[in-house]
Design a protein around this ligand. Structure first.
Ligand code: NDP
Ligand code: 2IT
Length: 444
């Protein structure tokens, strides 16, 4: 059996009931196979892939807090510190009722390669909880965040591990987490990113993942003789990534006609109104039915179905495995020629294979959504020099980084004879830097 297959079997055997983690590992191992095959003996001797697929450290903790009725609630807390070969662990925190250790491990594993692709010195990590911020009062969210930090603080630090936001963790949660960290440690330092502008946050971090996705998409389209201008885009999600992908898509001349949340989805033939969407989601924390009320020309559909929309380009920006084989076939049948991932692993393996087999363009999230974490690293730089850069400065660096990522991914795919396969290109380019650093640092 080849070394790659052996390691995959080992991962499945040692991490039972973690299908998302298996899926993420399977995709990466399958596509870096040509790199491993070149030097299989050495990689095997050094157990490099076993080390790469085993987190350096996994923290699981109890998070007790008191709800508004005086009832004590208990949630699970997680932080997986996956790989620090190229920098301190970096990656978001996800608060969502579906979160398990397997979810956090898949996200932490993806983060290793994504962070490597940014070209910045950040390792891979991820954390979170099965806590559901939906429907909770601000006081309840604060109580949970404070309790979560009461344990997390001893494991993180500006040169150790720097968490940020993800699903269910935005500016409000980062603020509560930061306040508690500072209170416990008496240290005002860059231990979280995505902070508010009044206490060390970076301009353009809020927009960065969505804007970065569109900068990457733009570069990919141009390299393939196409133009984003005038294209119809279907976006899923209605959160941080989706909102700013829609905004930047519109700024570059595309017509973005959909968004979705966990209850349903909106088709707006006139183009999604970002101001209305922000008011509904960022201010009111409401359902998309409220968007429909404010935009009578739009159509609200209950449940799933956003990928039945006729579009040129699809941008899944909600959650993992939200675009399956059937969706991919529907998109193709309706004339869609490109899928650019804003979320982490939103496309199933079968759907990805189908999309690529049809000659459609496909960008994996670890490349096209890397703008968020890249800008988090820029926030760390600003904090380190105790300065704040202008919006334009950060945005232009983000644009440059996303174009560089596209170029490196494209080059790596070509070099290994897989031109246009940006999944392989991203995994190979991300892997090479981390593997080199791991080799140089000995058996740790
Ligand atoms: P948000 O919490 O801001 O928004 C998530 C959106 O997706 C919401 O509209 C939510 O619906 C919907 N959603 C979440 N879970 C599900 C589900 N199980 N089924 C259907 N819809 C769902 O998160 P973000 O926008 O920050 O994150 C979206 C994706 O992007 C995630 O995959 C995340 O890992 C990834 N990402 C985020 C980055 C960031 O900087 N924030 C950076 C890189 C990647 P509802 O409103 O009903 O909850
Ligand atoms: O998936 C991701 O890259 C994020 N949620 C952002 C992580 C970060 O540290 O900014």
């Amino acid at each position: 059996m080849s070394y790659v297959d052996e390691v995959y079997e080992r991962v499945v055997a040692q991490n039972p009931a973690q299908p998302e983690f298996h899926q993420a590992v399977k995709e990466v191992l399958a596509t870096i196979r040509p790199v491993i095959d070149e030097n299989e003996e050495e990689f095997r001797r050094d157990a490099l892939l076993e080390r790469l697929t085993t987190p350096e450290r996994q923290l699981l903790f109890r998070v007790p807090w008191i709800d508004d009725k005086g009832q004590v609630q208990v949630n699970n807390g997680y932080r997986v510190q996956f790989n620090s070969a190229i920098g301190p662990y970096k990656g978001g925190l996800r608060f969502h009722p579906t979160v398990t250790l397997g979810t956090i491990k898949f996200l932490g594993f993806e983060q290793i390669f994504k962070n490597s692709l940014t070209g910045l010195p950040i390792g891979g990590g991820k954390g979170g909880s099965d806590f559901d911020p939906k429907g909770k009062s601000d006081r309840e969210v604060m109580a949970f965040c404070q309790s979560f930090m009461n344990e997390l603080f001893r494991h993180i630090g500006p040169n150790t591990d720097v968490p940020a936001g993800d699903i269910g963790v935005g500016g409000r949660e980062i603020g509560f987490l930061y306040g508690q960290y500072k209170r416990i440690t008496d240290r005002y330092e860059s231990v979280l990113t995505g902070k508010g502008l009044s206490y060390g946050g970076s301009l353009a971090r809020t927009q960065a993942t969505g804007y970065g996705l569109i900068y990457f998409l733009d570069a990919m389209l141009k390299a393939n003789g196409k133009d984003i201008k005038g294209q119809t885009i279907a976006v899923s999600g209605a959160g941080n990534v989706a909102i700013y992908a829609i905004q930047k898509g519109q700024q570059l001349g595309a017509n973005v006609v959909t968004c979705s949340d966990s209850s349903g989805w909106i088709y707006d033939p006139d183009g999604i109104d970002v101001d209305v969407l922000r008011e509904v989601k960022e201010v009111n924390r409401a359902r998309l039915t409220q968007y429909k009320e404010k935009r009578p020309n739009s159509v609200y559909h209950e449940g799933k179905g956003v990928w039945t929309t006729k579009c040129d380009i699809a941008c899944p920006c909600a959650t993992q495995n939200e675009l399956n084989l059937e969706d991919a076939k529907t998109l193709k049948a309706n004339g869609c020629y490109c899928v650019a991932e804003g979320a982490n692993m939103p496309t199933t393996l079968e759907a990805t294979e189908y999309i690529q087999s049809q000659g459609m363009l496909f960008s994996p999230g670890k490349a096209s959504n890397a703008g968020g974490v890249a800008t988090s690293a820029l926030e760390m730089s600003q904090n380190a020099e105790r300065l704040s850069w202008t919006f334009e400065e950060v945005d232009s660096q983000l644009n440059r980084i996303m174009n560089n990522i596209f170029k490196n991914v494209d080059d790596a795919a070509r070099k290994y004879g897989m031109e246009g396969n940006y999944v392989a290109g991203a995994n190979i380019a991300g892997f090479l830097k981390v593997a080199d650093a791991m080799k140089a640092q000995g058996i740790v």
